[in-house]
Design a protein around this ligand. Structure first.
Ligand SMILES: [Fe+2]
Length: 208
């Protein structure tokens, strides 16, 4: 049975449709190029995964040894709870040396003469001898006791203790014409510096 071929375009129809086919092809080609370009500009998933694998998690930690020079810098620091000696604090020893002790010294004097020294400030000097004992108060130039300094003297033995003012020093006493001295055994007298070279006598003073 012969085959019936229908709707076959004529040569003229094919010729007339070529521009339209070409236009469609160009449009498809342009769309394809645009899509290729768009895809090319996208990151490669494998490359992204490699880059991510080289990153640390946001909440990660480090050991001391992983931070350059951290251990040696820590070693050079003092512990947060540490102590100091007096020598570590500048000027502290000198400031302490300038203070009177909370409790003054009691010192012994067993010979018959003594000149007061800076270390006697505030002390009680127990004078113990069978003969009279003379204690000399030096000038301010020789020993610059601070004004207000007190020094006490006691008569421990039979020998009376007399306070002698060095030349240039005045010791004021309410008992005129009598040396500044202890009255009897175990009397305690004192002197208090009230001016550069002026002291006041106090205590159990002899009256004759
Ligand atoms: Fe410190």
């Amino acid at each position: 049975m012969p085959v019936s071929i229908q709707n076959i375009p004529s040569t003229e129809q094919l010729r007339d449709s070529r521009p339209k086919i070409n236009a469609n092809f160009d449009a498809l080609k342009a769309a394809s190029d645009a899509q290729e370009s768009a895809i090319t500009s996208k990151a490669n998933t494998a490359d992204v995964n490699v880059a991510l694998s080289q990153k640390s998690p946001v909440g990660h930690t480090h050991g001391i040894s992983e931070i350059a020079n951290l251990q040696e810098n820590l070693d050079a620091k003092a512990p947060s709870s540490h102590t100091h000696s007096i020598a570590n604090v500048s000027g502290l020893q000198a400031a302490l040396d300038g203070k009177r002790p909370l409790v003054d010294d009691v010192t012994a004097q067993t010979t018959t003469t003594r000149t007061l020294a800076a270390t006697d400030a505030g002390d009680l000097i127990r004078c113990n001898n069978g003969s009279a004992i003379a204690v000399t108060v030096p000038t301010n130039t020789t020993v610059p006791f601070a004004i207000g300094t007190e020094i006490a003297l006691s008569q421990q033995g039979a020998g009376q203790v007399t306070v002698v003012a060095a030349s240039g020093v005045t010791i004021n006493t309410p008992i005129t014409g009598v040396a500044v001295k202890t009255r009897v055994q175990h009397s305690v007298i004192g002197i208090k510096k009230v001016d550069t070279d002026t002291w006041l006598a106090l205590g159990d003073l002899a009256t004759s």
